[in-house]
Design a protein around this ligand. Sequence first.
Ligand code: ZN
Length: 490
Amino acid sequence: MSTAYDELMAFTRETEALGQVAGRLGWDQETTMPRGAAAQRAEEMGALESVLHARRMDPRVSDWLAKAKGGDDEAKAHLRHIQRDFDRASKVPADLAAELARTTSMAQGIWAEARANDDFAAFAPTLERVLDLRRQEGAALADGGDPYDALLQDYEPGATAEQLDAMFGALRPRLVDLRDKVLGAPAPAALSGTFDESAQMKLSRQIAKTFGYDMSRGRVDKAVHPFSSGSGNDVRITTRTNPTDPFNCIYSTIHEVGHAAYEQNIDQAYLLTPLGRGVSMGVHESQSRIYENQLGRSRAFTGWLHGQMVDVFGDFGISDPDAFYGTVNRVHQGFIRTESDEVQYNLHVLLRFDLERQLIAGTLAVADLEEAWNTRFEADFGYAVDKPSNGVLQDVHWSVGLFGYFATYSLGNVYAGCLHEALSKAVPDLDAQLAAGDTAAATGWLRDNLQRHGGLYEPREVIERACGFAPNEAPLLSYLEAKFGEIYGV
Ligand code: ZN
């Protein structure tokens, strides 16, 4: 390869390393930073962000890109990622980028206060400002194309709203129908009692290891919102505990382990390069979701988990593994996306996807958003939103300008459905292994067929290579209808 390529890669490696440092400051802020350090930390992160921004737009990058051609598949993939980042950074005018950063950092606080007061009108003018700036950014990135599609590229390169709309349009009526049947049937018993929080953390760490999380290159801490942070050989996760709901801790942990295992299992040759990170939000979410749901909430695995919980907490009132499987997968009326079950979760996402497309297209005004939300919610869920904090104000995303992000949650579920179908064929005795608390064949299959590739292939391509068929919504629908049809007898 050319000298230009080598110079570009050396420069990029340093940028990637600085990006990891920025991520670790973010991790620290959510876990161990002293409260009094907040203002100083904001300045430190701002300084690092300016360095990163300048590096992304460095004129040498465009010179190197112009000279570095050809190479093997890995070199081509590196160049594709670097070119994409450079184009994105240079298409958005500097004053618009600065205004977006300023507005969204203030908007988050205004959103939090409006949510606490259940007052959408107090947030609406701020949301209008954020939306206006993101529409301008979308237009700048789109080059005459569709601004929403342009915004999607930040999270899911290659995806289009049209393609997602076809997938989600097929999901929605069958999920509404399944939700209707399930909520009309008698529900499995709910968990009751209290569960020691340090014992929950201990069990979670053990389950993290069960799912292949490498503790020598990671760690588990507590935070308000569970997340995974970092790539390569330093991938940390957080979880949370609730004394009356140990499932929150256990399944948040398994979810984040799915994200973290993806990052840990990427080929070491890609460390601190553009290929050394998960390729998209949708593919990332496919890993967290298949670990959490198709594996973690399966009848086989919950049978094993039941025994672990009895060992740790003693008799907690559900003595039968079959009943426990129903309890883990209990569907209940609820307003909050992040607390939703597998049946209703995607309905939450589809609602947001449709509304935000209309917001970006200008066919829905912010002033009408709350009413549009409530009408759609009642149509899909069969019960009415009682207050804005349980409806339009529940998620932080729009306040910080994340338009185009929600879709990747459901796309991840669709991908997880496809991967689970392929995995079940590749590992015929999957259930027997999970019933013994052994995930090695399942997580090994995901590592070898998907995770190790990092950013080498485009998102849809890496799923198709792993599954042997083009990603589509049918496997997820069959899985959900079979699973909940059986549990609820519908
Ligand atoms: Zn996730």
